[in-house]
Write a protein that binds this ligand. Structure first.
Ligand code: ADP
Length: 567
C-alpha cells in the first residue's frame, strides 16, 4: 500500500494539509450564514486554494426563493468577462457526478480546464472550478473541491433546517394560544409568551421550574394526575375543558386543553407531552351574554305574546259587545220602524173610512141605480150590467185599499216596481173622474218624456194622486176656473216631480201651518188625514211632498220622487 508521502511531494502535502485545516474551520464561520454567504465563502476559499481562474457555485435558496449563484474569478480574468465565464461554467455543469474536462480557452490560446463536484441537493447544485493551468485539476485539487462541496452542502442544509425551525418557533411564540412542552416526568421544557402572560408568569425561566400539574386549579390536579395524563400516555391525546390557575391572582381560568404525546420519530418512544390550549373566558363571557340576551328576548317575546293575547281577547270581547249592540240597535230600529208604521197605520185606520167612503159611496150609488133600473118596466140589461160592473170595480177597489193597509202595517217590505208614471197618473184620474167630470172640471195633463218611470208601489202612489186630485177638485167647487193641471217633470239626474195645480180657493195661513198634520181640516165632512197619509207614503218612497201657492190663485202640491237609475 502506498503511503501519503509517496503520493504527494513534501511541499504539496504541506499545502494540502494547510488547505484541509482551513476548509475544516469554515463550517464554524458559517454558523449564522445564509446559503448565499456560504456559497460566496466557499468560492472565495477555493479560488486561492486551487489557484483557479474561476469558481462558480450554485446552491438552492429557501423554499419559494430563487437558486443562489455565485462567481469568483482570478486576476487573470477581467471583470468584463465574468458574465461570459459564468455562462460557460454554469453551462458546462450538468450532472450529479464529479467531472473533469477541458474546452477551448474562450479568452485566448490553449484550453480551459474544468473540474465540477455536485452538492447533495439532487442535481441542481454544485461547484465548478475553471483554470487555464494545464495541470488542473490535480488529485489535490479534486480532493479539496470534494471536501469543500461536502462542507458547503452540510452547512446549507443545516441553514435550511434552522430557518424552518426559526419560522416554526416564531409562529409558536407569537401564537395567542397557550403552547407548552413538558418532559415525561411533567417538568416544563418550553412555554410560549402567551402561555406565560395568560397565567401571570414572568417568563420561560419561571415556567421551567414548574410541572404540568402546578398549572392546574387545585381541584383539577388529582383527576389530571390519575386519569388524564395516563390517558395521554396511553392513547396519545386528551381534549377537554379544565380550569388552570393564575399564578399571581390565584384565579381559576377555564381552558380548552389539548394534551398530546410527542414520540421520537426514529424509535417511536414517547419523548414529550405538549399542549395547545385556549383561554375560554372570552367565549364563556360571550356565551353568557348570548344566554342573557336570549333569555331577555324570550321574556320579551312571551310578554309581547301575552300582551297580544290580552289585546286579542279584549278586541274579541269588544267585537262581540259591538255585535250585540249592533243587533240591539237593529232590533230597536225594526221596532221603531214597526212603531212608526203602526202610528202611520193608526192614521191610516182613521183614514180608512175616508178612503173607503168614496168607493163605497160609488158602489152604493151603482147598486141603487141598478136596482132602480131593474125595477123599471123595461130594464136595459146592458146598462144594468155596466152599472153592476162599475159597482164591482168599486168593491174591488175598496178591497185593494184594505189589503194595502194590511200590508203596510206588517213589517214586510212594501212591494216596489218600476211603474210607468203617465199610466199610473191616468188611472188615478180615471178613478176620480166620475165626480170630476160631473162637476165640469177640465183636467190638463203634461208628461215629461224624461220622467217616464218611477220605482214605487202603484196602489200607494195612486192613493197619493187620488187625494191630491180630490182636494183640488173640492177646492175648485166654488171657483170659476174649473181647471186642474197635472204635470210630470225631470228635475235633475236624481229626481222627478209630479205637480198637481188648481186655481181654487187656495190655503189660509193657519191651514198651511199644520198642513201635513192629521186632523186639520176646513171641511165639515173632512177628517184632515189625506195630506198626512200622502206625506207618509211619499216619504216612504224616499221623496217629499211640498205645498206652494199657485201664483194666479189656488194651490200647487209637488210630489218629488227619486229618479230610477238609467238601467
Ligand atoms: P181633508 O180630507 O179634511 O180635506 P186633507 O189633509 O186632505 O184633509 O186636507 C187638509 C186641509 O187642507 C183641507 O181641509 C183643506 O182646507 C186644505 N186643502 C187641501 N188641499 C187643498 C187644495 N187643493 N186647495 C185648498 N185647500 C186645500
Amino acid at each position: 500500500m502506498l503511503r501519503v508521502d509517496e503520493l504527494f511531494e513534501q511541499q504539496e502535502l504541506r499545502h494540502c494539509i494547510r488547505d484541509l485545516v482551513a476548509l475544516s474551520t469554515l463550517p464554524a464561520i458559517w454558523k449564522d450564514y445564509n446559503s448565499r454567504q456560504i456559497a460566496d465563502s466557499v468560492a472565495a476559499a477555493l479560488i486561492s486554494m486551487l489557484n483557479a481562474d474561476a469558481i462558480y457555485v450554485s446552491a438552492p435558496g429557501l423554499r419559494n426563493e430563487a437558486e443562489v449563484e455565485v462567481l469568483r474569478t482570478s486576476q487573470a480574468i477581467s471583470a468584463g468577462s465574468s458574465g461570459r465565464i459564468e455562462s460557460i461554467l454554469s453551462g458546462a455543469w450538468r450532472g450529479t457526478r464529479e467531472q473533469t474536462f477541458a474546452i477551448d480557452n474562450p479568452f485566448g490560446t490553449g484550453s480551459l480546464h474544468i473540474a465540477a463536484v455536485p452538492m447533495g441537493f439532487g442535481g441542481d447544485a454544485g461547484i465548478v472550478a475553471g483554470s487555464l493551468s494545464p495541470n488542473f485539476p490535480s488529485e489535490t485539487h479534486r480532493l479539496l473541491l470534494g471536501i469543500a462541496g461536502s462542507h458547503a452542502t452540510l452547512a446549507i442544509q443545516r441553514w435550511h433546517v434552522e430557518a424552518q425551525q426559526r419560522r416554526l418557533a416564531s409562529l409558536i411564540e407569537r401564537s395567542s394560544e397557550f403552547v407548552g412542552v413538558a418532559r415525561l416526568d411533567g417538568t416544563v421544557q418550553y412555554l410560549n409568551k402567551a402561555g406565560c402572560e395568560l397565567l401571570g408568569l414572568s417568563g420561560i425561566e419561571e415556567a421551567q421550574r414548574l410541572t404540568i400539574f402546578d398549572f392546574l386549579a387545585p381541584d383539577e390536579r388529582t383527576r389530571a394526575h390519575r386519569e388524564l395524563m395516563p390517558l395521554v400516555m396511553e392513547t396519545g391525546r386528551w381534549l377537554g375543558e379544565l380550569n388552570l390557575r393564575h399564578f399571581k391572582t390565584g384565579e381559576d381560568i377555564p381552558f380548552l386543553v389539548d394534551w398530546f404525546r410527542i414520540d421520537d420519530l426514529r424509535t417511536g418512544r414517547p419523548m414529550n407531552v405538549a399542549t395547545v390550549s385556549r383561554d375560554l373566558r372570552g367565549q364563556k363571557q360571550l356565551e353568557e351574554s348570548l344566554r342573557g340576551l336570549n333569555e331577555l328576548l324570550e321574556q320579551r317575546v312571551s310578554d309581547r305574546t301575552s300582551e297580544l293575547a290580552e289585546a286579542l281577547e279584549r278586541l274579541t270581547l269588544e267585537g262581540e259587545e259591538r255585535m250585540r249592540a249592533d243587533d240591539r240597535a237593529q232590533e230597536l230600529q225594526l221596532e221603531l220602524l214597526h212603531a212608526s208604521r203602526l202610528s202611520a197605520a193608526g192614521q191610516m185606520a182613521g183614514a180608512l173610512a175616508h178612503e173607503l167612503n168614496q168607493p163605497l159611496t160609488a158602489f152604493t150609488n151603482s147598486v141603487n141605480a141598478g136596482r132602480r133600473m131593474m125595477a123599471s118596466s123595461a130594464p136595459r140589461i146592458e146598462t144594468v150590467r155596466d152599472v153592476l160592473d162599475e159597482a164591482a170595480d168599486q168593491a174591488l177597489r175598496a178591497g185593494e185599499i184594505i189589503r194595502r193597509l194590511r200590508e203596510f202595517v206588517t213589517r214586510g217590505e212594501t212591494e216596489m216596481r218600476m211603474e210607468k208614471l203617465p199610466d199610473l197618473i191616468r188611472e188615478a184620474i180615471d178613478l176620480a173622474s166620475a165626480g170630476i167630470r160631473a162637476r165640469g172640471v177640465r183636467v190638463r195633463l203634461r208628461f215629461d218624456p224624461r220622467a217616464e218611470a218611477v220605482l214605487g208601489n202603484r196602489i200607494q202612489l195612486q192613493q197619493v194622486m187620488l187625494n191630491l186630485i180630490r182636494n183640488a177638485h173640492e177646492a175648485l167647487a166654488e171657483s170659476e176656473w174649473r181647471e186642474l193641471d197635472v204635470a210630470t217633470a225631470r228635475l235633475d239626474a236624481q229626481s222627478i216631480e209630479i205637480a198637481v195645480a188648481d186655481r181654487g180657493s187656495g190655503l189660509s195661513d193657519d191651514i198651511i201651518e199644520h198642513l201635513f198634520e192629521p186632523f186639520h181640516t176646513t171641511k165639515s165632512d173632512g177628517m184632515g188625514l189625506g195630506l198626512s197619509i200622502c206625506q207618509t207614503i211619499v216619504e216612504a218612497h224616499g221623496g217629499k211632498l211640498l205645498y206652494e201657492p199657485n201664483r194666479g190663485g189656488g194651490a200647487i202640491f209637488r210630489v218629488t220622487l227619486p229618479a230610477p237609475l238609467e238601467r
